[in-house]
Design a protein around this ligand. Structure first.
Ligand code: ADP
Length: 406
């Protein structure tokens, strides 16, 4: 890979079922040229919000955008208006976020028919995400058939997990027949943040063990040993693990039988309950940590209990991954809550001095966009805040792969 390659831009696409998020990056200096979002695709009130970072200009349109094809064409038009059109010879590739890569995709992969077919075969284990990701890839292919399209999988970083962590304790034949195992998600973020944490400590990723806590609306923890993931809290689907914005996380599976048999709920109703109406939202009616903290400050007991349940689960995972790793160099907080909510970091780490873990209240209270250490000077284990950047990671992996193939 060389900085003088003629084609040095990468477009990153994150296609959801009714939205497309995008960023155009210049890989010579990893700078953002443009970024935006199309939401409510298929509705009358679709919205495109586009920012050109070079000029500082932001444009917004509201009105019907029928499908992903129309959405991507609208994005292409906006980029062309900024002189950054998708027909530019400077565009090297399009990198796509793909949520589920199963066991098969351990690395970013240039898309061909076989790759598309495999992503499609994984739809039963990722019914909400993979169809939208596929649509995004196919639409981009139609727009620029000559350009490499690269799939970067949320699950890839976790494929290094040993079988002892990846398997559920159920009959392996049944598990294999239905592809039931722990895949983990948010892998692009865990990969990026664990590497950036090593950099913050002045070490190579192969020299450090890191517990990464990705706390956004979805949330997951991972144990990263010398740069390789050895355990993560999400499982076959993103429902397992930590308490999240609207997902319950870990739950006795018998609760589901009970809700069906005794509660008379259908499987779809239980699915919606656990994925969309549980977690912080289910506990107190709010899933935004800012709002929950505001309510706690006003003495709201429901919000306080929701916060305590969230922290208790988080603490259990820190302890569990400490034991999995045996020796820990850093605990890194990332994503919307992890990066911004000082009280969450303080509460999750409090009482763990015996494990060499503490936060310095003053350092922890500082608000900043950069990666930083918030544990006291000389602490045995660093506690770090490391902003995640999944788009940059997707672009970096895409550009490296395309460079290798050229
Ligand atoms: P997503 O999982 O949707 O990508 P993000 O990583 O953007 O989520 O995180 C979104 C969440 O971050 C919000 O729901 C909110 O709870 C939390 N958050 C964002 N900013 C703050 C803040 N300043 N203080 C506390 N929490 C915040």
């Amino acid at each position: 890979m060389s900085a003088t390659r003629a084609a040095h831009r990468v477009l990153v696409l994150n296609s959801g079922s009714s939205s497309v998020k995008y960023q155009l990056l210049d890989m010579r200096d990893a700078s953002r040229l443009a970024a935006g979002l199309v939401e409510r695709i298929g509705e009358q009130t679709s919205r495109l919000k586009h920012s050109c970072l070079a000029t500082g200009e932001t444009r917004e349109h509201t009105g019907p955008i029928a499908d992903h094809d129309a959405a991507l064409k609208a994005v292409a038009e906006e980029l062309t208006r900024d002189g950054l059109g998708l027909d530019s010879p400077e565009l090297a590739a399009i990198g796509h976020r793909v949520v589920h890569g199963g066991m098969f995709f351990t690395e970013p992969t240039v898309v061909d028919d076989e790759v598309l077919a495999e992503i499609e075969r994984l739809i039963p284990v990722a019914p909400l995400h993979n169809p939208a990701n596929l649509t995004g890839i196919r639409t981009a292919q139609a727009l620029r058939p000559d350009l490499p399209q690269v799939a970067v999988f949320d699950t890839a970083f976790h494929t290094t997990m040993p079988e002892s962590a990846a398997r559920y304790a159920i009959d392996p034949k049944t598990a294999d027949r239905h592809r039931i195992r722990r895949y983990g998600f948010h892998g692009t973020s865990h990969a990026y943040v664990s590497r950036e944490t090593a950099r913050l400590l002045g070490k190579d990723p192969s020299e450090v063990n890191v517990i990464v806590l990705h706390l956004g609306n979805g949330a997951s923890a991972s144990a990263v040993e010398k740069g390789r993931c050895v355990d993560t809290s999400m499982g076959m689907t993103p429902l397992e693990g930590l308490v999240m914005g609207t997902r319950s996380g870990d739950l006795d599976p018998a609760v589901i039988f009970h809700l069906a048999r005794v509660g008379g709920m259908s499987m779809d109703e239980i699915d919606t309950l656990l994925n969309k109406r549980s977690g912080l939202f289910g506990l107190c009616g709010d899933n935004d940590m800012r709002e929950i903290r505001r309510r706690i400050d006003e003495g709201d007991e429901e919000a306080a209990l929701a916060f305590d349940i969230y922290i208790h689960r988080l603490k259990k995972y820190i302890g569990a991954y400490y034991a999995v790793l045996g020796q820990v160099d850093a605990v890194a907080f990332t994503a919307g809550v992890g990066e911004n909510a000082a009280p969450v970091r303080e509460a999750a780490i409090s009482g763990l001095a015996g494990l060499g873990l503490a936060v310095d209240p003053e350092l922890n209270a500082v608000r900043a966009d950069r990666a930083r250490i918030v544990s006291p000077k000389g602490a045995r284990v660093a506690v770090a805040v490391v902003p995640t950047d999944e788009e940059l990671e997707i672009a970096t992996q895409t550009y490296a792969l395309v460079g290798k193939n050229n």
